[in-house]
Design a protein around this ligand. Structure first.
Ligand code: C2E
Ligand code: MG
Ligand code: MG
Ligand code: MG
Length: 283
């Protein structure tokens, strides 16, 4: 393609390509050492309960701070980790860290907390995931019900029985399963029929224009009804203002997550939040 435009554009094109592939390579190489070099940490974004759920919830979100690259967003490095086959390493680190943090919280008397952990589709299918989670939970001495795996609808795309089997085994331990970014995938509702999912997380794209978009309001209300008729909890993501919160509360949404309630917090900040006020408080 570039060559057809003549030698001049070829050299410009390839120069840009070189810069791009250099940056990409730099990211890859640094990422491969992120676990070993201790460059990762978790932040926790509370999911505030609107109904009296009896437990507190937060989502663990991965952060990477590299000396050369600075802070890199998970939106940028997670896809790269998936491509280079490093995502399972990252996923294991996240699970282990979340379990250790839950153990710390337990030591501080915080025992009613559920932490959501994002699991990439390929990691969900890893044969050693089940044993790994079992070992981490046992070692930390926490409850299986304190972990919720957030998976996206794309895991159901291939209708693979392996996925369903894996999820059922994990759930039999007591681990919760949430469908993340619900409503944005290409999958059908078929999986909800047979799979004992616990939580639906309505994607932020249906929340951020609730005030001005009638379709978003319709989708939000229908998803809340869908969740409740299947006896699932509904978490709304990306709540950024009072009007969105009021609407979701009025229509029976169970949990709200978003900058309007809390930004993602360090473990220490979350502990302080817990000590000063319960996340069970009605808003
Ligand atoms: P997600 O799982 O849907 O996480 C929610 C994202 O929305 C987070 O971005 C969070 O900081 C952001 N968010 C929360 N409240 C608001 C709000 O009110 N407004 C807006 N605009 N955004 C809000 P973050 O932390 O940058 O993560 C982005 C994505 O990266 C996550 O989306 C998830 O897909 C992925 N990710 C993050 N941590 C992990 C991880 O440990 N493992 C895997 N596999 N993926 C992860
Ligand atoms: Mg998530
Ligand atoms: Mg999400
Ligand atoms: Mg998302």
């Amino acid at each position: 393609y570039a060559k057809a435009k003549g030698p001049g554009s070829y050299s410009v094109y390839s120069k840009e390509m070189n810069i791009l592939s250099y940056k990409r390579l730099e990211l890859e190489n640094n990422l491969r050492n992120a676990v070993a070099n201790n460059e990762l940490f978790l932040v926790y974004q509370p999911q505030v309960s609107l109904s009296n759920s009896g437990y507190r919830k937060a989502e663990a979100l991965l952060r990477w701070h590299n000396p050369q690259l600075g802070r890199v967003s998970p939106a940028d490095f997670i896809p790269v980790a998936e491509e280079i086959g490093y995502i399972n390493e990252l996923g294991k680190w996240v699970i282990a860290s979340a379990c250790q943090q839950l153990k710390k919280w337990q030591g501080q008397g915080i025992t009613d907390l559920v932490v959501g952990v994002n699991i990439s589709s390929s990691h969900l299918l890893a044969p050693d995931l089940y044993d790994f989670i079992q070992a981490q939970v046992t070692q930390a001495g926490i409850g299986y019900h304190q972990l919720e795996l957030e998976i996206t609808e794309d895991v159901f795309l291939d209708h693979s029985t392996t996925t369903i089997t894996q999820l059922k085994r994990l759930q039999a331990l007591g681990i919760r399963i949430a469908i993340d970014d619900f409503g944005t995938g290409y999958s059908s509702l078929q999986y909800l029929k047979n799979l004992p999912v616990d939580t639906l997380k309505l994607d932020g794209m249906f929340v951020n224009d609730l005030e001005e978009n009638e379709s978003s309001r319709g989708i939000a209300c229908s998803t809340i009804l869908l969740a409740h008729s299947l006896k699932l909890k509904l978490v709304a993501e990306c709540v950024e203002n009072q009007a969105q919160l009021d609407f979701l509360n009025k229509h029976g949404c169970d949990f709200v997550q978003g900058y309007y309630l809390h930004r993602p917090l360090t473990a220490q900040q979350l502990t302080e939040t817990f000590l000063e006020k319960s996340l069970l408080t009605e808003v």
